[in-house]
Design a protein around this ligand. Structure first.
Ligand code: SF4
Ligand code: SF4
Length: 473
């Protein structure tokens, strides 16, 4: 046991009564993983064998309405709880036994470019194949996840699936950078004299950090799955899950100054808008026009083109233009990469607000759909616990008239937080270099305001109520 030093966090969830013991317990993660494993198996089973109408099937309702709504809430209130309870990593111990020490993930791929590509791919497949409407395909997505996580864990020594590939993980890594809890240590002195470094290397009965994060150096939630393996491995009980102000990580410039990391953040923000755009009438008009102008393309390629422009080309072009303008306005010769990497992460709160507004819309309009879907599942299997007739009228948990004001409020709160982070990041560079001024901020602030109002405009358009009995309205 370590004594609290000057670096000790003021509130540490791992040392809170009861919950702290549960989290640090050797099998603590399993308590979160087993319910999610059952849910994943239910998604696969009902998706492959159940009714193929989205609102009637547990696969589509739980994956596309509940998972997405609840994951945003968990990220906002605690942190990356989905990765903590991720069922896809459950076969990890078996996979590690197969792999032995395994080989290292190729150096050329130790970055976020593949993660960006796969995040883009899943957003595209979601729209192209209407995954939200297909229980069968949703089940296959879950199967593919289990297979990919197991295969990569078996082939490589670290956890490359979580760190470099998983689209759900990449989404959560970016979003969790505004979460109110983060891994740190209670005493840096204890780490200084610690010889075993079990938190990263692993000990006799515990795995070390599969993501190869070293607890005393963790400054960010980026790449942290909240698995708490480090806490269970540390022989000095020195790892903390510390409370922090939600914007502190972004204000402190805690990310590496890399193109791939900063670009992932901007792609994530752009996808929050393009995902909503994929569900409103103008996208159908745009698709029809493109099919007329470019008759050699089919519908899938047109959608791919729209998504590539909105999710990849637009954030790259806008981010580079803002970086160049920002640099030119203060006549700085700083490398473009540094400017890009300084300001791009500040857009995370805005992206969070838009994702929250979008996924919150689906959750608010369809949360209770789970009741008749579950009733239906049980009745199909001869169980009448919840009655013998599903009530398909169940669905919304909020009046429809509340939704637009709430969506606007979430977006504007996100915008305000982004402007605050931009201001703070700029203030730090102004105070450290006389060559910078407030002017450097202007292109980025203008971009944030434009994106926020584009999101609000999208929310004012009629949006498909996917996965509920009101679909298509
Ligand atoms: S195992 Fe890691 S967290 Fe624990 S004392 Fe050693 S260096 Fe610090
Ligand atoms: S630092 Fe590593 S071991 Fe600790 S919770 Fe994060 S991912 Fe898990």
């Amino acid at each position: 046991m370590t004594t609290r030093s000057a670096t000790a966090p003021s509130f540490d969830l791992l040392h809170a009564a009861i919950i702290g013991r549960v989290l640090r317990w050797r099998w603590g993660r399993l308590l979160f993983q087993i319910p999610l494993l059952f849910l994943a198996l239910l998604i696969i089973y009902d998706g492959l064998t159940g009714p193929q109408l989205a609102p009637e099937n547990m696969a589509t309702v739980s994956a596309w309405i509940h998972y997405r709504g609840l994951v945003m809430l968990a990220l906002l209130l605690v942190g990356n709880l989905f990765c903590m309870g991720c069922p896809f990593t459950l076969p990890r111990t078996l996979a590690r036994r197969i792999s032995g020490r395994g080989r290292r993930w190729p150096r050329a791929l130790r970055n976020k470019w593949l993660a960006i590509a796969l995040l883009f791919l899943i957003f595209f497949l979601y729209e192209w194949l209407d995954l939200w409407a297909s229980p069968w395909l949703t089940a296959w997505v879950a199967i593919a996840y289990f297979a990919a996580a197991f295969a990569l864990e078996a082939l490589f020594a670290e956890s490359p699936f979580c760190k470099y590939l998983c689209p759900l993980g990449s989404f959560n890594f970016v979003a969790s950078t505004i979460s109110p809890f983060q891994i740190t240590v209670r005493s840096r002195d204890a780490c200084r004299i610690c010889e075993s470094k079990d938190c990263i290397r692993g000990g006799e009965n515990a795995l070390g950090c599969g993501l190869e994060l070293y607890a005393p150096q963790v400054r960010s939630n980026f790449d942290c799955t909240f698995c708490l393996d480090c806490a269970r491995a540390c022989p000095h009980d020195n790892v903390a899950l510390a409370a922090r102000p939600p914007l502190r990580e972004l204000m402190r410039d805690a990310w590496p100054h890399r193109w791939d990391v900063a670009f992932l953040a901007l792609v994530w923000v752009a996808a929050s808008l393009s995902n909503a755009f994929g569900m409103v009438p103008p996208v159908y008009a745009l698709e029809a026009s493109l099919l007329t102008w470019l008759p050699f393309l089919n519908k899938a390629l047109v959608l791919l083109l729209i998504f590539a422009v909105l999710n990849l080309a637009a954030p790259a072009a806008l981010g580079l233009a803002a970086s160049w303008l920002s640099r030119s306005l203060v006549r700085s010769s700083e490398p473009l990469r540094r400017v890009f990497a300084r300001y791009a992460p500040a857009f995370v709160p805005l992206g969070f607000g838009v994702w929250f507004a979008h996924y919150g819309f689906h959750f608010a309009t369809g949360a209770l759909t789970i009741v008749p879907a579950l009733q239906n599942f049980l009745i199909d299997h001869g169980i009448f616990l919840l009655g013998d007739r599903p009530n398909w009228a169940l669905g919304p948990i909020l009046p429809y008239s509340w939704l637009l004001p709430l969506q606007m409020a979430f977006t504007l709160i996100g915008l305000l937080a982004t402007l605050l982070v931009l201001g703070e990041r700029n203030r730090q560079i102004v105070s450290s270099s006389s060559r910078h001024s407030i002017l450097a901020l202007l292109p980025w602030a203008a971009l944030a305001i434009a994106l926020a109002f584009a999101a609000i405009y999208l929310f004012t358009l009629p949006m498909e109520m996917r996965g509920t009995m009101s679909m298509g309205h």
